[in-house]
Design a binder for this molecule. Sequence first.
Ligand SMILES: CC(C)(COP(=O)(O)OP(=O)(O)OC[C@H]1O[C@@H](n2cnc3c(N)ncnc32)[C@H](O)[C@@H]1OP(=O)(O)O)[C@@H](O)C(=O)NCCC(=O)NCCS
Length: 187
Amino acid sequence: MNIADVAYLPEQPAHDPEIEHINAEAFGPGRFARAAYRIREGGPHERALSFVAIPENAVIASVRMTRVAAGEGTALLLGPLAVRPAYKNLGIGRRLVRIAVEAAGKAGAAAVLLVGDAPYYGPLGFGKIPRGQLSMPRPVDLGRILVVELKPGAAAALKGMVDHEDRIKAAFSLLPVHGEKVARRAG
Ligand SMILES: CC(C)(COP(=O)(O)OP(=O)(O)OC[C@H]1O[C@@H](n2cnc3c(N)ncnc32)[C@H](O)[C@@H]1OP(=O)(O)O)[C@@H](O)C(=O)NCCC(=O)NCCS
């Protein structure tokens, strides 16, 4: 394979079975127990901001992005990122991260968040979130929560529990709205 022949394309529904296989191969059954997996279960990922690497006809690497929120802040959660073993150490993972972060910026995202290894993601612009600023719906090594800011102040706005934006919106829609109660009583 010539690395120059690898196409980086937005993900399509037809790629799903290959992506599932790549993630199963990279993370095994333990992936279902991860904090980031639990967050991603809360709703769909953003296909237009998720990318695959295709040298010929087959997907050999994938990165997904999912809309999340925490406190006043919003972000895209990057992951899973996985490259098929035969294609590792060719720069494909880094390229996918750069493409996804750039696309997130163009789409107006405030920040990109992930759970991962700082030595890998640091050179790609990610920094650590201060310990205790964020938590996740399952146990997570807080030192592995990394962020890249796309808008000034976006990292500081992320506070408390990180969850899928859809799950947070759904939870808020179940709360009684004060104004509605008053209106019902008055009527
Ligand atoms: C991690 C992963 C996505 C990297 O993809 P890749 O295409 O092989 O990586 P790249 O070619 O872009 O970068 C390779 C470099 O990153 C380094 N690297 C790879 N994984 C690393 C890690 N976890 N921590 C630090 N450095 C890492 C390699 O040693 C190599 O360093 P070098 O350039 O100095 O030789 C890939 O190995 C993979 O799919 N791993 C299994 C799934 C996984 O762990 N995903 C990341 C979740 S946070």
